[in-house]
Ligand binder design. Structure first.
Ligand code: GZL
Length: 307
């Protein structure tokens, strides 16, 4: 049953309280944990009843969760698509059930943008560019070849695709940068360590690691130290996220630069959800504000970091 303007399953239960079904990616990284905390705390503060599921980074689990929210006739569905493709069918089911969908954190490659009301999250291409710009600046005076290895995020995910593209766009402008190896570490420390160990075995000269998130960078640091090299010195490291453990490694000199990707999307998500359920217009795209940190800036920021 849709409300008169067709905005939601029941358009709220009349007392203004709304129910949100949230299908989370998983718990793969410090970023994801902080994002889950932000969504859960913001729902409580906003008086939104939250149904929450963790898909263990499997698309089929997210699709199952969305279908169950449709069955339960929630007022709004929000999720962070683990990969970009394969969502049209289930999003059409939500649309046919008159339940609005909000994309948060990651987006989908659906051509039909009527399948969701808005996408709230970072500009991952820009994050990749920022990492590339730091690297170009770091080596601006040199002419020697700079061998770069890349730990990509989850294969097929928007952050992995876009961060890779943004980084490549910037560094490919200078032929001294050679990306000699690039492989997915699935955004986790364990996989990041495993892949970096393989990179170290097959590449005698690695100058720089670009990791698509802090967690893979932290795993790589273990591999680099295990190989008797000094992270941040023998191999410079640039990562993305700026979660606490990454910022600590940055302050300790084991990482050289971190591009921030804020997980604190909960408050904006709840505001957007209330508007969408009421049938109010919302922007098609809400881009997260974020910065980047040097080692010095990490030392200043750490004491007051929220995550
Ligand atoms: C980015 C988010 C990514 C983080 C990773 O918005 O989707 O997923 O960069 C997380 O740490 O696992």
């Amino acid at each position: 049953c849709g409300s008169s303007d067709g905005s939601g399953g029941s358009g709220g239960s009349g007392d203004g309280k709304i129910t949100m079904g949230f299908a989370q990616v998983g718990a793969e990284s410090g970023w994801r944990t902080a994002n889950t905390k932000s969504v859960q705390e913001s729902a409580k503060e906003a008086g939104v009843t939250l149904k929450f599921s963790d898909a263990q980074q499997k698309q089929e689990n997210q699709i199952k969760a969305i279908r169950s929210y449709i069955q339960q006739k929630v007022d709004v569905i929000a999720f962070s698509p683990v990969v970009e493709s394969g969502w049209d069918t289930v999003l059409k089911e939500a649309k046919n059930a008159n339940i609005p969908v909000i994309l948060t954190d990651r987006s989908v490659d659906s051509k039909d943008t009527s399948l969701y009301k808005t996408f709230l999250g970072s500009d991952f291409v820009e994050e990749g560019r920022k990492a590339g710009k730091w690297l170009v600046d770091e080596y601006k005076d040199g002419t020697d070849t700079v061998n770069v290895v890349e730990l990509q995020g989850t294969t097929g995910s928007a952050p992995a695709n876009d961060r890779k593209a943004g980084f490549q766009e910037v560094v490919s402008a200078d032929p001294k940068f050679k990306i000699i190896a690039s492989q997915s570490g699935d955004f986790t420390r364990a996989k990041g360590k495993e892949v970096m160990e393989a990179f170290l075995k097959s590449n005698p000269k690695i100058d720089v690691l670009f990791a698509h998130n802090d967690d893979m960078g932290l795993g790589a640091i273990e591999a680099i130290e295990g190989a008797g090299k000094v992270p941040g010195k023998d191999i410079k490291i640039v990562t993305i996220d700026a979660v606490h453990d990454g910022m600590q490694a940055l302050a300790d000199g084991k990482i050289n630069y971190i591009v921030e990707c804020s997980p604190l999307l909960g408050t904006q998500l709840m505001d957007l959800a209330k508007k969408v359920v009421k049938g109010e217009q919302v922007p098609a795209r809400v881009v997260t504000e974020e910065t980047a940190f040097t080692q010095e800036q990490a030392k200043q920021a750490l004491p007051t970091r929220k995550y």
